[in-house]
Write a protein that binds this ligand. Structure first.
Ligand code: 0X9
Ligand code: CA
Ligand code: CA
Ligand code: ZN
Length: 407
């Protein structure tokens, strides 16, 4: 097990800022960051997750969570040693977004992300096509960029999907998707390996599956540690996918929880739109998309299905298929230094994107948890980390694309 040092600087990014005053004040009974000791096993972390607490990271037997008062009380009732670190800031007023705070302006806001996609189309018209999977709850386009030779034409080539930013505060992932766009387009003319990948596949990139949440997270010029979408009190879209939805204690039925699963499978418009779009890629009975990565932060992990069960194999996942997930996952992890494991080795999740992608469409679907390893700097690395931490996944991205070609 790794050890983790939790510095004041790290927590400052997560916790409510006491100066400035333009952000909304923390709610008196609002969520807080806690450390939960005695959580070295996946079973113990699943017990923690079952309360509805939002697990940020876990190292050396201690798990950092964001929890409401009821969840914190439940954790104590379960016998865990729970230490409060401070409140998180959740404004309730106007949600105006200008830019990321100082030190983070290299990150792309929703408007800036749209501009990047439009620039890619303007600069590489034959290699790209810009579309949308649908709209978010608040009506923002879930933009989708296709990259291939003859991108305007639906050619008979294996397809690959990259999705980013399901969780609002995981801004580094949006940059990861933009890096994929930038590298595959600008490298096409000069890099023969990129040319081969782009020529033989159709690559789809969704830089933000949760633009409403992401904009809310940076509203008013400070970060708010927001995870969910902006429908009511928020649904965790990564608990809202329609396979084994709510089956196994890997999500919460409480609207205030950070892992609220929603009222029904695909009640979150963002998950529904992306799922319907993926289903639309089933043509003549054959799903065109072969491989997928959903990028998250943080913990530096490569995760594969299933998340809803600890079992390595299950109905719809044979031993040979599990073996292939492991092999591919480990190959990718060997290139970026992440830890490869089945996603339930972390804690049980139900209604996650990967379980649905695999079970419903037999898409080799992974979650990457990006930089950093621990809660320093957690969800909010300075923008100087964007280039090193997205470049770090170049080889893994190529392996994933190549896996769609080789089958
Ligand atoms: O809990 C999640 O949704 C992901 N971790 S995060 O800290 N980014 O929230 C992990 C999801 C992994 N589960 C599956 N892939 N099934
Ligand atoms: Ca093509
Ligand atoms: Ca095609
Ligand atoms: Zn996430």
């Amino acid at each position: 097990m790794r050890t983790r040092t939790c510095t004041a600087a790290a927590l400052a990014a997560l916790l409510v800022l006491t100066t400035g005053g333009q952000a909304g004040a923390a709610q008196p009974d609002g969520p807080q960051v806690y450390e939960v000791a005695g959580t070295g096993s996946a079973q113990q972390r699943t017990e923690v997750a079952r309360t509805g607490a939002d697990i940020l990271d876990s190292t050396g037997g201690t798990t950092t969570v964001i929890a409401g008062p009821a969840e914190a009380a439940q954790l104590r009732a379960l016998g865990f040693d729970v230490k409060a670190l401070g409140k998180v800031d959740r404004p309730q007023g106007a949600e105006t977004v200008e830019d990321f705070p100082a030190g983070y302006t290299g990150y792309h806001t929703y408007a800036e992300t749209q501009t990047e996609l439009q620039k890619a189309v303007a600069n590489y018209p034959s290699l790209t096509k810009l579309g949308s999977a649908g709209n978010s709850y608040q009506g923002r386009a879930l933009s989708l960029l296709k990259i291939s030779d003859n991108a305007a034409t639906d050619e008979n080539e294996p397809e690959v999907l990259f999705t980013c930013n399901q969780h609002a505060r995981e801004h580094l992932t949006t940059e990861m998707c933009l890096r994929i766009v930038q590298r595959l387009t600008s490298g096409y003319a000069t890099d023969s390996a990129i040319k081969r990948l782009v020529d033989s596949t159709e690559i789809w990139v969704v830089p933000s599956v949760n633009p409403d949440g992401s904009e809310y997270d940076i509203s008013g010029g400070t970060f708010h540690s927001w995870r969910k979408n902006r429908q009511g009190s928020g649904t965790d879209t990564n608990r809202n996918w329609g396979y084994q939805w709510g089956c196994c204690g890997g999500s919460s039925g409480s609207t205030s929880s950070e892992t609220y699963r929603g009222t029904a499978p695909f009640s979150a418009p963002e998950a529904k739109a992306v799922a319907d779009w993926v289903t639309s890629r089933k043509i003549g009975g054959v799903q065109q998309i072969k491989t997928h990565i959903d990028f998250h932060t943080y913990s530096e992990l490569v995760l594969w299905p299933f998340g809803y069960t600890y079992a390595d194999t299950a109905p719809g996942l044979t031993a040979a298929e599990a073996q292939k997930f492991q092999t591919l996952g480990r190959q990718m992890a060997a290139t970026n230094g992440y830890t490869p494991q089945q996603s339930s080795d972390l804690y049980i999740t139900d209604g996650s994107v990967n379980d649905w992608m695999w079970a419903t469409h037999k898409i080799w679907s992974f979650t990457f948890e990006m930089y950093p390893k621990g809660s320093n700097p957690g969800f909010y690395p300075r923008d100087t980390q964007i280039v090193p931490q997205t470049t770090r996944n170049d080889k893994a991205v190529d392996i994933l694309i190549n896996a769609a070609i080789t089958g």
